[in-house]
Design a protein around this ligand. Sequence first.
Ligand code: BJW
Length: 251
Amino acid sequence: MTDTVTFDEGLIKALREAENIIFFTGAGASAESGVPTFRTGTDSLWVDFDVEDYATLDGFNRNPQKVWQWYKGRRENMAALQPNVAHHVIARWQEKAPRVTVITQNIDNFHQDAGSDLVIELHGNIHHFKCLNDHPVESSSVDNSEEPPLCEICGSLVRPDVVWFNEPLPQEAFDHAEMFSRECSVFIAVGCSMEVQPAAFLPAFAASGGAYLVQINPEASIFDKYAYTLRGKAGEVLPQLWQAVWGESFN
Ligand code: BJW
């Protein structure tokens, strides 16, 4: 249980007055929904699964069936889970500020499920598919398949439309993320280890535009020295932050 968090008055003022806020989310934002993180804690994904086998194109080419099944299992687990209070606070923030942008590294669709209108997905979406030649593939036609299907257009294998290591991020998504980061007045990172580039470079764009950098994380991260840190779990800190900024309890 996170203790009651004390908020800096400057932060509260900045948030009340902010015209343009970014919530930048990582796996920690979905942790309290039950989605495992990647690198922290004993049940995180890269403890049990070799990243080279499961999150690279080489791994997929070596064993498409194994990777397909892994994503199918994760998709099914996520389908049984729901957005948590952190996603809901972030979604409701758009009622209060003129522009709220969610930039997420997560692939679970929980921000959209919670009602956030402007969500930029940097690492794709586990519910979307494409083939190895980048043709989009309708989810309903492949979702339940036990093995990677073949693309109806080119015959290549179908894969989840997520970003694996050594693959470029979707250009338009990253361009928008960079533009919004440069323009924002408050940039709040929620549950991000900041270890994966180029996503982890976005706070630098925000800082170059003069934004107030904030992070919410129960653990130390390499971002501690750059951001005003709210130490605690997203699902506990964000409702307290809402209360402190808007003077009403979040429910
Ligand atoms: C809580 C909490 C709670 C817990 N509340 N908080 C050497 C140096 C620098 C860079 C590189 C390098 N060698 C290679 C690179 C590049 C590489 C990279 O960054 N590697 C580093 C790991 C070293 N990057 C790439 O390869 C990227 N592409 C690229 O660079 O392309 C270049 C290119 C250009 C042109 C042509 C070709 C290529 C792609 C990166 C793709 C990342 N993909 C994944 C998998 C997505 C699909 C899937 O889910 O299967 O994305 S990996 C994984 O990491 C996932 C995440 O989005 C991403 C970030 O992780 P995140 O979200 O920060 O999670 P964790 O687990 O790390 O941290 C969770 C945090 O939450 C922790 O801090 C906890 O404390 C906290 N937390 N509970 C709040 N309740």
